[in-house]
Design a binder for this molecule. Structure first.
Ligand code: ATP
Ligand code: MG
Length: 213
């Protein structure tokens, strides 16, 4: 089994996340993708506050009609902020030996991954899928070999970077959708429409509960 993991604050989840996940699922042939809403780090706090339960519920509703998408509450249930390395260890232990993990991450986050806790270990625990935009791979390649490990080699046939000891790294272009949770929150706050930026069921949840007003 090939399991994709997509972390984020999902405040709220939107079509940028969902479409990227769907393209990655198809392109690298994943069996499932688990969305993992994080506890809110201090710099991500928004006013008025929105509960973790709401972010979780919106994510659940957004993926409910997809047979291969699911939502995990592992990070939200922890009493403190999670480090990715703990989350990957958790999944590695819980999924069993036959499952390969694919940690999906935006390009911006990837380029500062050397500041994350135990970042070298991340590349032992899981493959990485970096969401890229057309024309970006040069800086990524440089970063990978300079800051993660010089042992990564490009395998053009299989369109990935391979390493003798570490897991593979994939740079995957996805359709650029200029949607962000920040933008959605701002639109709601201004009393404007968010239709077609996020699934209808998420839009209704936000409006009915008066979130982000
Ligand atoms: P915010 O505006 O609050 O920062 P966001 O829209 O960036 O939120 P996050 O929850 O921070 O959403 O993102 C989770 C993951 O999804 C990250 O890896 C991020 O790079 C990726 N992502 C966010 N928006 C898009 C998008 N429009 N297209 C593709 N990937 C996205
Ligand atoms: Mg963001």
């Amino acid at each position: 089994m090939r399991l994709g993991l997509l972390g984020g604050t999902f405040n709220p989840i939107h079509f940028g996340h969902l479409r990227a996940a769907e393209e990655i699922r198809e392109n690298i042939d994943l069996d499932r993708i688990t969305f993992i809403p994080s506890a809110l780090p201090p710099h991500k706090k928004v006013e008025p506050p929105i509960t973790a339960a709401d972010r979780l519920e919106m994510a659940r509703r957004a993926v409910a009609d997809h047979p291969f998408f699911e939502v995990s509450e592992v990070e939200i249930k922890r009493p403190r902020l999670s480090y990715t390395v703990e989350t990957l260890r958790y999944f590695q232990e819980s999924v069993g030996a036959g499952t390969e993990l694919f940690f999906i991450v935006g390009m911006d986050a990837f380029l500062e991954i050397n500041t994350w806790k135990s970042y070298k270990e991340l590349f032992r625990l899981s493959h990485f899928v970096v969401l890229t935009r057309p024309g970006s791979p040069d800086a990524l390649k440089k970063f990978l070999t300079e800051h993660i490990s010089s042992g990564y080699r490009h395998d053009p046939e299989r369109k990935r970077y391979l390493h003798p000891e570490l897991r593979a790294v994939f740079f995957q272009n996805v359709t650029p959708l200029d949607i962000s949770s920040t933008k959605i929150r701002a639109l709601v706050h201004e009393g404007r429409s968010i239709r077609y930026l996020t699934p209808r069921i998420v839009e209704e949840y936000i409006i009915n509960k008066g979130i982000y007003k």
